[in-house]
Design a protein around this ligand. Structure first.
Ligand code: CMC
Length: 382
């Protein structure tokens, strides 16, 4: 085992095959089950994208109606989940809150709890668990934000589809079509991205024949970090620090001198720009018009121009989605939980794929600790 064989961060390693999505950095494209993500974001409700990720095909009208009916059955906040959230301090990070809530849902679903040997579930059970999580997450995220603001819970409304109902449960007001559209697009764009850190984590957990909920809880832990999902929250902190487009140059001088990473820029796979950015930037522009907040666009563009010209590193999806969620009225701390609500569809599609053609994921390591040595005074006693 030499250093040359080690791919630090598994960079460039192809770990398995997947039919869920394809990232092509050369053509700057991302396909979900063959469909370009921009086309899905422009034409499909998020429910149809979830169906596609799970089942491999877009739903027909009846299939979409059936998924929507199942989503409605599970979209109210489960009583035990609310009770668990209420026990947490208000200062708990929302990612920890959502991780805990998912864990409570898992522990409350007793199918397969008799023995670890049953826990990994049948394909039907796993699809049911996936739908249950996808349906419950909006209520969890919305309740979290309302609780922190000292507001009452808002019950779901049957007349509203997924995106509009999510906004309704968060803000207690019927959302404008422009906002629903931007939110729906963001959910589609965040849904899936091949073997990113959280998805790979979910697959590692699944590969031990553990259960779907455990895999999702672990994935949430991986998503929390600022090098992954936490970046959309971090983008807003940066924008707040800069304040105004005219401060971009001095702020960036200082940040780069301090060797800070500029959140919302750069990507392990895309080196020439993130395929999801133009679609989300268009949604952000629509929100800027809707809310009459041109200064948000000015700051966005000034920082992008300056950073790209200095470093040649392009924005990733978190760069436009951060300010978009801020304009919609989400608290900054709620941004990464929104990413969970979307990515749970991709995670669970990968979990089911991993389960269907499983091999335990267990790589090797090259040892670089002390050479073999012995405990002083130890005498072997045959
Ligand atoms: N700001 C400043 N410098 C950067 C940035 C950045 N955002 N991204 C990369 N670089 C520099 C980095 O310092 C390094 O420079 P040098 O060669 O002089 O040491 C060079 O570019 C290569 O970067 P790297 O960190 O080795 O590349 P990576 O492939 O490991 O990093 C990344 C990918 C996403 C971790 C990194 O670009 C980053 O930290 N970005 C900021 C956090 C962020 O926006 N994350 C969201 C990722 S996309 C959404 C998701 O999938 O969750």
């Amino acid at each position: 085992e030499t250093d040359a064989e080690i791919k630090k961060g598994l960079a460039g390693v192809v770990a398995d095959v997947t039919a869920v999505s394809k990232v092509n950095p050369e053509t700057n494209s991302l396909l979900y089950r063959g469909y370009p993500v921009q086309e899905l974001a422009a034409t499909q409700p998020f429910e149809a994208v979830a169906y596609l990720l799970w089942n491999g095909e877009l739903p027909d009208e009846r299939q979409l109606a059936e998924l929507r009916a199942r989503e409605r059955r599970h979209r109210a906040l489960p009583r035990e989940v609310r009770a668990a959230i209420d026990l947490l301090p208000l200062e708990a990070h929302p990612m920890d809150e959502v991780r805990t809530a998912v864990s409570v849902i898992g522990a409350s679903d007793t199918a397969g709890s008799a023995s670890v040997l049953d826990a990994s579930g049948t394909p039907e059970q796993n699809l049911e668990r996936s739908i249950r999580l996808y349906a419950a997450l909006p209520a969890i995220v919305a309740y979290g934000q309302r609780r922190r603001r000292g507001e009452e819970i808002v019950e779901p409304r049957d007349a509203l589809d997924y995106a509009a109902n999510f906004l309704w449960m968060t803000f207690g007001a019927e959302p404008h079509d422009t906002v629903v559209d931007a939110f729906n697009r963001s959910m589609t764009l965040y849904a899936e991205h091949s073997f990113n850190a959280s998805t790979f984590t979910a697959r590692v957990v699944t590969s031990t024949l553990s259960d779907l909920y455990s895999a999702v809880v672990a994935a949430i832990g991986a998503l929390k970090g600022p090098l992954h999902g936490g970046a959309n929250e971090a983008v807003l902190h940066i924008m707040d620090e800069i304040g105004d487009a005219s401060n971009v140059v001095p702020w960036l001088d200082r940040a780069l001198a301090e060797k800070r990473k500029i959140m919302g820029f750069g990507h392990r796979v895309y080196k020439k720009g993130d395929s999801r950015v133009p679609t989300m930037k268009a949604a952000l522009d629509a929100l800027i018009d809707h809310y009459g907040r041109p200064e948000v666009g000015e700051l966005y563009e000034a920082l992008e121009r300056e950073f790209v010209s200095r470093k040649g590193i392009y924005p990733n999806l978190d760069y436009p989605s951060g300010p978009a969620y801020d304009l919609m009225g989400f608290d900054t701390l709620t941004f990464t939980p929104l990413f969970i609500a979307s990515r749970v569809t991709g995670w669970t599609a990968h979990i089911m794929e991993q389960a269907a053609s499983n091999a335990l994921i267990r790589p090797l390591s090259a040892y670089n600790g002390p050479a073999e040595r012995h405990v002083e005074g130890y005498e072997p006693t045959d």
